[in-house]
Every structure is written in structure tokens, then in C-alpha cells.
Write a protein that binds this ligand. Structure first.
Ligand SMILES: Nc1ncnc2c1ncn2[C@@H]1O[C@H](COP(=O)(O)OP(=O)(O)O)[C@@H](O)[C@H]1O
Ligand SMILES: [Mg+2]
Length: 246
């Protein structure tokens, strides 16, 4: 198996000095594979991604990426290193056009106009819908379309590692399917390492290669997808109410 591109070890982090939301979590991600972090609401999944992307500085533990210690590096350094992040909360600029939103995804390469243009055109081929709506204010798009725009924007930096937080929460089933297909392609066809946080356990069990289950700031279980079986209801019940290994 290929070695991991991301190794996060024993992370302790939170929003206040003395309250630790992550209480010693270790996760890894691999090129070409989808790694999924599952767990009930409020257990720290988003906090984990925010810590990996540098929005929160861990008080303990370290983040190793491509063999280098990047713990405590600020978020604006991440795109230059090939790390992208799709936040759980909407992050488009509603009054700016679709195309300007896309262009803002490449602010760190803004001086190379030709390269930015080429990337936008590549993304229009991949998301024809965004091409059709390119001059419209992004706020006029439906929720699912806005999510696709956010995904396209985060791909402007050509990430190697993509941290994705709940890509389809509150989005219609058809668009959700398209988004999961895209995530699958990003891993399988483009070799990106995907670290996906999701509430959609059923879907995660379908597309994930490796799964981590969190419960209140700690890891509860982990393993390759096959180790978890297909009975999602039984799994959820066990995660929520029981303790021990899967
Ligand atoms: N910006 C914040 N400030 C303070 N507490 C927060 C903030 N964001 C999340 N929390 C708290 O951290 C805990 C974990 O939240 P979160 O990581 O968003 O969980 P999840 O993504 O698994 O639902 C929750 O108790 C939540 O209330
Ligand atoms: Mg969350």
C-alpha cells in the first residue's frame, strides 16, 4: 500500500485554552484513496479538519504532511502546499459572479493570468452548469449548485490533499450523487488524497476506503471499509450506545 501523505498524531485542540474538543486523535490519509471520518454531531469532526488546515493550533500532537511537520502553519500557507479545504458552512460570495468566485479560489496565483484562465476553463468542462451561470451572482444558484461552485473553487489550487466537510448536507439527492461521483473521481482518476467528514453514513460506507469513527473527541474505531460491513443501522446503534471494537 502507498504510504500516507498525511499523518496527524495525537491531536489535542479546541476553541478555548482549557476546553479540549479533540482529546488525542490520530488520522491518516493516502493518495488515491477516500478516508472517511464518521461520528455523531458535535463530536469534533469539523474541529479536526479546522485543526488540520491550520485554523486551530493544536495544544498537543503534530501534523505531518508529505513527510514535513506542518503543525501550526496558518491556513493561507496550505494552498501553496497542495492542501485544500471545503468548510461545512457555506463560503461563497453571494453578490459576486460565479466566475469571480472561481477566480478567488486562485488568489495565490493571481499574477499568472493565463494559468488561472486555463484552470477556470478546465473546471467549466467538468461543471458545465457553472459555465452556463458564469455571469450570475453566485447567490442566485440553488444550494446544491452553490456547493458545486465551492468544490470547483477549492479545486482551482490543484490540491494533492483535499479536506472535505459534509459536502452534501441539506442538498437534494441528485446533486448529492453528482458530488459523491466527483469525489470518487478525484481520488481514483486524479490520485488525490481525500479526507471526508460525513453524516451520510450509508454513502460513506459505499465510497470510503478507510474509516475512522469519532466519539466525543476520541477515536472509537477505525479500519478499512470492509471491516465495517453493510448494516448501517446496526453500526450506528453500536457507535452510539455501545463501547468496544467494531
Ligand atoms: N467556533 C466555535 N467556538 C466554540 N465552540 C465550538 C466552535 N465550533 C464548534 N464548537 C464546539 O466544539 C464541539 C465540536 O464541534 P464540531 O467539531 O463542529 O463537531 P462535528 O463537526 O462533529 O459536528 C461542539 O461541542 C461545538 O459546540
Ligand atoms: Mg461538523
Amino acid at each position: 500500500m502507498t504510504p500516507p501523505i498525511l499523518v496527524a498524531e495525537d491531536l489535542v485542540a479546541g476553541y478555548f485554552e482549557d476546553i479540549h474538543i479533540l482529546q488525542g486523535i490520530s488520522v491518516q490519509a493516502w493518495p488515491g484513496r477516500i478516508t472517511c471520518v464518521l461520528g455523531p454531531n458535535g463530536t469534533g469532526k469539523s474541529t479536526l479538519l479546522k485543526t488540520l488546515f491550520g485554523f486551530l493550533r493544536p495544544v498537543q500532537g503534530r501534523v505531518i504532511y508529505q513527510g514535513e511537520d506542518i503543525t501550526g502553519l496558518p491556513p493561507y500557507e496550505m494552498p501553496n502546499r497542495g492542501i485544500a479545504y471545503l468548510p461545512q458552512r457555506p463560503s461563497i460570495f453571494p453578490f459576486l459572479s460565479v466566475e469571480v468566485n472561481l477566480r478567488l479560489g486562485a488568489w495565490h496565483e493571481r499574477r499568472d493570468r493565463r494559468q488561472v484562465r486555463e484552470k477556470i476553463e478546465e473546471l467549466y468542462r467538468r461543471f458545465p452548469l457553472l459555465w452556463e451561470k458564469r455571469y450570475q451572482p453566485a447567490g442566485q444558484l440553488s444550494g446544491g449548485q452553490q456547493r458545486q461552485l465551492e468544490i470547483a473553487r477549492s479545486l482551482m489550487t490543484d490540491p494533492v490533499l483535499y479536506l472535505i466537510d459534509e459536502p452534501t448536507a441539506g442538498i437534494d439527492p441528485q446533486t448529492s450523487e453528482a458530488i459523491y461521483r466527483m469525489i470518487h473521481q478525484l481520488a481514483r482518476e486524479q490520485g488525490k488524497a481525500i479526507l471526508l467528514v460525513d453524516q451520510n453514513i450509508k454513502k460513506a460506507l459505499e465510497i470510503a476506503d478507510y474509516i475512522y469513527v469519532v466519539r466525543v473527541g476520541t477515536l472509537f474505531a477505525e479500519g478499512p471499509r470492509e471491516a465495517f460491513g453493510r448494516d448501517t443501522e446496526a453500526l450506528v446503534a453500536r457507535w452510539l450506545y455501545a463501547s468496544g471494537e467494531p
